[in-house]
Design a protein around this ligand. Sequence first.
Ligand SMILES: Nc1ncnc2c1ncn2[C@@H]1O[C@H](COP(=O)(O)OP(=O)(O)OP(=O)(O)O)[C@@H](O)[C@H]1O
Ligand SMILES: [Mg+2]
Length: 251
Amino acid sequence: MNLKYRFIQKVSPYIPQSIRTLIRSKISLKDYDIARRRAENPYRDIKEENFPGSEFKLGIIEDVTQYHKYYIAACKELRVSYKILSILDSDWIEKFQKSGCDAFLVWPSSMPTSAKEAFDYRLYILEKELGAIIYPTWKECWFTEHKPRLRDWLEANGIPHPETWVFYDRDQALEFARSVDLPVVVKTAIGGSASGVQIVRSKKKLEKIIKLAFKKGLRPRSYDPNDRQWGFVYIQRYYPNVKEWRMVRVG
Ligand SMILES: Nc1ncnc2c1ncn2[C@@H]1O[C@H](COP(=O)(O)OP(=O)(O)OP(=O)(O)O)[C@@H](O)[C@H]1O
Ligand SMILES: [Mg+2]
């Protein structure tokens, strides 16, 4: 990290959380965030490792927020050869084709949303057009960090889920807001740890959020001030005493 970023990192623990949130809502710290996360990846300078006797070679797709470091740790521990590849490079197709990898591990990026968009369509190309084996598959990555996609998929497959409305038309959304029983929950498509979730208890607030969604756009708390969800709104019925369950299937 350069001197400026190291300085920011040093002083930030002394700034109260509310001020930090305010600064982040006004100033873009995207490059700092990427540099900070990269600095926290102990394997950041390794591009490739070949272990004698490794049955295959895996391509590990680099995540902007560096979570792919866990795949590197696993490959090291299991002594499986691997190569780090960036799917965000302009010449990524050529690089992936020439990589000599038998399959690819991906921890899809969703921050910023431009990375999410690129991962979604390039993983599709990698799996469906280039015939590569990816784990998790393109479809699972496509669902990840996109609440309206999951809502439609659950609905299409008849799987019970919270009652949810997604509007791409401002007037339809405002008309709905006039008649819906409150409270409701508004969520951005992207963002975890409730960063884009708001419980709305007044019609005035709901109208304000809808207008913002179709004007300047909505933004999860941790996202860059320029990285906004514009032109649609996701509204869910409020369920009291929600308990969060997480189901993970391996294999
Ligand atoms: N419909 C709802 N009714 C009541 N509370 C809700 C509802 N939806 C979400 N919440 C509360 O908000 C929290 C965050 O919501 P949610 O899990 O949907 O978003 P997220 O954690 O930001 O995203 P994700 O889980 O997709 O990564 C939940 O754990 C729950 O406490
Ligand atoms: Mg959650």
